[in-house]
Ligand binder design. Structure first.
Ligand code: ADQ
Length: 408
C-alpha cells in the first residue's frame, strides 16, 4: 500500500510569542534537545512512513535547517523528509490556509501516486503509532479518517469538535472551534476533539481540495472547510486516539497528547517531563524521539569557590551544561546552559546557551536562547516588575525572548 505523509508545518504560533518571534512554531525548542516537529516526524519514522513532505511557510529558516541537518533518511531506499517552503509555489500569494498549502503542492502527491495520504500537524507533543490509524482507515474504506481525543469542554473553542453516530465511528458533524459546543452524552464536561491528524483516500482528498479551491468564500482551511465538506458529502470516520498503543508505553503515559499552542500549555508540557514518573516518557527506546545533536561535551557539575557543589534535582540536564556551584530544581536545562555559583533556577525551562549569573534567582520562567541573566538578578519574584519588561502568562510564567537583554 503506497502512503505519502505530509506534515503541515506552516503555523505562525502567535500565541507562543515571543518564542515564535523569529522561528516557525514547529521549530520551537522543546524538552532541552528537541524541536516540536521532531515528535510528529519520529511518530511517522517509527511507523515506517518514510516518504515525508514538510510544508513550511512562516519564518521557516531554522525549521528548514533543522530538517535538512537532522532528518536525512536513506535516499538510496527512496526515503525522504523534504521541507517545501511556501515561496516556491507559483502565483503572487503565500498559502492562505492549510488546505491551500496542500492544494498548491498536489504535484508532490501526483509524483508519488499514493493510495492514501497522511496529513499530520507539526506542533503536538505525543507518541502515536500511525500504522494503527491507517489500518482502520483502509479497513473502513472511509474517504477521510480524523484522529480524535477527549478534551475538556472549556477548550472546545480551540479545536475541531466532532460528533459521531452512536457506534462512535462515523462522523456526523465537525465544527471548527465552536463557541457553543455541548459535552459528550457520557461526559458532559468533555468534547471529542480533532487532533489535526488526518488520513485521506488520495482521490477523495484531491476532489475535495479542487472543489474548495473554486469556492471564493472558503478560508481554505482543512478543519474549517475540507473536513466539514467531506463529512457532508462522503464518508468521514473518527480514529479514537485512546485505542492507540505505542510499543514500550506504560499505563501512565499512554494516550498522552498535548497541544502546546499557548505559553502556559508549553510550560505545563515541560513540567510533565520532569517528574520521577513522567507523564511523557522520553526514555521509551522502543519508540524513540529523534533529533539532531551538536557534538557537545557531557554535562558537568562542579564546586565553585570551594563552597558549594553544583546540583540539579528533578530536572532534565542536556549535554554541554555546566552547573558550577548553582542549583537547578524541577527545571529543563538545554545544551550550553551555565549556572554560576549561588544561582538558583526553579520550575523553569532554559533554552540553549542561557547563562545564569552568580547569585541570580530564576523562578517559574521560560528563557529563550542566548539570554544572559546578570549576577544577582531576580526573575519571577516581582511579577509587576517582570511584566513591565517581559511577557508574563496568565498563570504567572515569565517568558524572556531569544537574545533579550536582561537588567538586574
Ligand atoms: P489549528 O492548529 O488552530 O487547529 P492551523 O492553524 O490550521 O489549525 O494549524 C494546523 C497545522 O497546520 C499546524 O501544524 C500548522 O503549523 C499548520 N499550518 C497552518 N497553516 C499552514 C499553511 N498555510 N501551510 C502549512 N502548514 C500550515 C487544527 C485543526 C483543529 C484541531 C487542532 C488540534 O484545524 O480542528 O482540533 O488543529 O490541535
Amino acid at each position: 500500500m503506497r502512503v505519502l505523509a505530509i506534515v503541515l508545518a506552516g503555523g505562525e504560533g502567535k500565541r507562543l510569542m515571543p518564542l515564535t518571534a523569529d522561528r516557525a512554531k514547529p521549530a520551537v525548542p522543546f524538552g532541552g534537545i528537541y524541536r516540536l516537529i521532531d515528535f510528529v516526524l519520529s511518530n511517522l519514522a517509527n511507523g515506517h512512513y518514510l516518504k515525508i513532505v514538510v510544508l513550511t511557510q512562516y519564518k521557516n529558516h531554522s525549521l528548514d535547517r533543522h530538517i535538512s541537518r537532522t532528518w536525512r533518511l536513506s535516499a538510496m531506499l527512496g526515503n525522504y523528509v523534504t521541507p517545501v517552503p511556501a515561496q516556491q509555489r507559483l502565483g503572487p500569494h503565500w498559502f492562505s490556509g492549510s488546505a491551500d498549502a496542500l492544494f498548491q503542492n498536489l504535484n508532490l502527491v501526483y509524483d508519488e501516486m499514493p493510495e492514501h495520504v497522511i496529513v499530520f500537524g507539526a506542533d503536538h507533543i505525543y507518541r502515536m503509532d500511525p500504522r494503527q490509524m491507517v489500518e482502520q482507515h483502509i479497513d473502513s474504506g472511509a474517504d477521510v479518517t480524523v484522529a480524535a481525543i477527549r478534551q475538556p469542554l472549556s477548550l472546545a473553542d480551540q479545536f475541531g469538535v466532532i460528533e459521531t453516530d452512536p457506534a462512535g465511528r462515523r462522523i456526523t458533524a465537525f465544527r471548527e472551534k465552536p463557541t457553543d459546543a455541548v459535552g459528550l452524552p457520557d461526559a458532559p464536561d468533555q468534547v471529542y476533539a480533532s487532533m489535526g491528524n488526518y488520513v485521506f483516500r488520495t482521490q477523495a482528498m484531491i476532489d475535495a481540495l479542487r472543489e474548495d479551491a473554486l469556492d471564493p468564500t472558503s478560508k481554505h482551511d482543512l478543519g474549517g472547510n475540507i473536513i466539514p465538506m467531506m463529512v457532508k458529502s462522503g464518508s468521514a470516520e473518527v480514529y479514537d486516539f485512546a485505542d492507540n498503543v505505542v510499543p514500550g508505553s506504560t499505563e501512565r503515559d499512554r494516550g498522552y497528547w498535548r497541544d502546546v499552542g499557548t505559553l502556559d500549555a508549553y510550560y505545563e508540557a515541560h513540567m510533565d517531563l520532569i517528574s520521577a514518573h513522567p507523564f511523557f516518557n522520553l526514555y521509551n527506546d522502543r519508540w524513540p524521539i529523534y533529533t539532531g545533536h551538536d557534538p557537545l561535551p557531557p554535562a558537568k557539575f562542579v564546586h565553585n569557590d570551594g563552597d558549594r557543589v553544583g546540583r540539579a534535582i528533578d530536572s532534565l540536564v542536556s549535554s554541554g551544561v555546566i552547573v558550577s556551584g548553582g542549583l537547578a530544581e524541577r527545571s529543563v536545562l538545554s545544551p550550553g546552559v551555565v549556572l554560576h555559583s549561588h544561582s538558583v533556577v526553579e520550575d523553569s525551562v532554559l533554552m540553549g546557551n542561557v547563562k545564569v549569573g552568580r547569585g541570580a534567582i530564576v523562578r517559574k520562567a521560560i528563557i529563550d536562547k542566548n539570554v544572559v541573566i546578570p549576577d544577582g538578578a531576580r526573575i519571577g519574584f516581582d511579577l509587576e516588575h517582570d511584566r513591565s519588561r517581559f511577557a508574563v502568562t496568565g498563570s504567572g510564567v515569565v517568558v524572556i525572548g531569544k537574545n533579550e537583554i536582561v537588567d538586574r
